[in-house]
Design a protein around this ligand. Structure first.
Ligand code: NCD
Ligand code: ZN
Length: 348
């Protein structure tokens, strides 16, 4: 049998991306802009992007950080950071701006830069109602923060205690369950109404939680939600390759300086933008589903967000290449996922 040597896809979009800011952004943004036409930009800066005015200023900084060759070719899709105090008029401003495409719920303390997040979802009901009315999607970091709940169970409990009540109360609200990591989440999304969709990262398709502990503690495999057991990885792979329109690409590429990862309290976040589409291609190939990659990477997310599908195309070639050991990160060092390893697919 002939194995496929070249793969041409509609240019994909990344529906969950951290590009940071300033010099750090300058270092990582070209990786994403080279591969993707658009990306949903996470608002968890310090301080967070809580208003449309801040989102517009951040968008301008992103556009000016693009290298000349990628200018006018990459569109940042901005988001607001939901807080206990987000007021309905801010939602209206966001909608009318045309540049804000979602509002992100971080339960307070759930992950990197989430201290200003939501302490109790009930405090956001007015904002959620305005989002439902104005057709502004809610993007959720789906983990509870109760320290007495086992870290591997936090996504599952979030479904029962937060997500289900929100979906019931606001049936018209479009919700993206970001970076799902469990079979329970995949099943829940598949069975839910079409207003609920989910993103899946390349690292959650590629690894299970053993990767964090392989021969010692491996901080570069630590992210939130944390990697789970193998059967969850398999369930995510089935969901991503199922052909369902509810699942789409969101890398959650989240760069941190090496010294803050290799630390006695290492940051959560895995950088994958350097080889994002190639990492997904490998995962789909291993599942025997390369023919489903285009819908997952280039169609389903655009359709859910009601954006036009991209028309440009990209080509991946079967050419083994070595992922760099490190990347310069504004004078710091950034360790990319699978540093030093060989990848089979390369985007031309
Ligand atoms: C993200 C970050 O570093 O900003 N970290 C992560 O582990 N995914 C935040 C997030 O998306 O949870
Ligand atoms: Zn993220």
């Amino acid at each position: 049998m002939n194995t496929l040597q070249e793969l041409t896809l509609t240019r994909p979009d990344d529906f969950h991306l951290h590009v940071r800011d300033d010099a750090q952004m300058q270092a990582v943004l070209p990786f994403s802009a080279r591969q993707f036409a658009r990306a949903i930009i996470m608002p968890n800066l310090k301080p967070p992007v809580v208003t449309t005015a801040l989102a517009a200023a951040y968008r301008d900084r992103i556009l000016s950080a693009l290298p000349d060759a990628l200018k006018h070719r990459f569109e940042p899709l901005m988001t607001l950071y939901l807080t206990d105090d987000t007021a309905p008029p801010e939602i209206l401003r966001a909608k009318n701006s045309g540049i804000v495409h979602g509002v992100k719920l971080y339960p307070a303390g759930a992950t990197t830069n989430s201290a200003a997040g939501v302490t109790d979802i009930a405090r956001c009901y007015a904002a959620l109602e305005a989002m439902e009315k104005n057709d502004m999607p809610l993007l959720v970091h789906g983990e509870v923060t109760d320290p007495s709940i086992d870290i591997f169970d936090r996504e599952k409990i979030f479904i029962d205690t937060v997500l289900t009540p929100v979906i019931r109360r606001f049936p018209g609200l479009r919700v993206v369950f970001e970076h799902i990591t469990t079979q329970e989440a995949a099943d829940f999304v598949a069975a839910a109404p079409d207003t609920l969709a989910a993103t899946i990262t390349a690292h959650h398709l590629r690894y299970n939680r053993n990767a964090i502990f392989q021969g010692g503690i491996r901080p570069h495999y630590y992210c939130l939600p944390v990697l789970k057991r193998e059967h969850h990885r398999q369930a995510l792979t089935r969901a991503a390759t199922s052909g369902s329109k509810k699942f789409f690409l969101g890398t959650d590429s989240a760069p941190h300086p090496c010294a803050l990862k290799e630390n006695d309290c290492g940051c959560a976040g895995i950088f994958t933008a350097h080889a994002a589409i190639e990492l997904y291609a490998e995962a789909f190939e291993q599942a025997g589903a390369l023919d489903r990659l285009e819908a997952f990477a280039s169609f389903n997310g655009a359709d859910f967000y009601r954006l036009p599908r991209n028309t440009a195309r990209i080509t991946l070639r079967k050419t083994p290449w070595q992922i760099p050991e490190r990347i310069d990160f504004a004078g710091d060092m950034l360790i990319p996922l699978a540093a030093g390893e060989m990848l089979g697919w390369k985007m031309l």
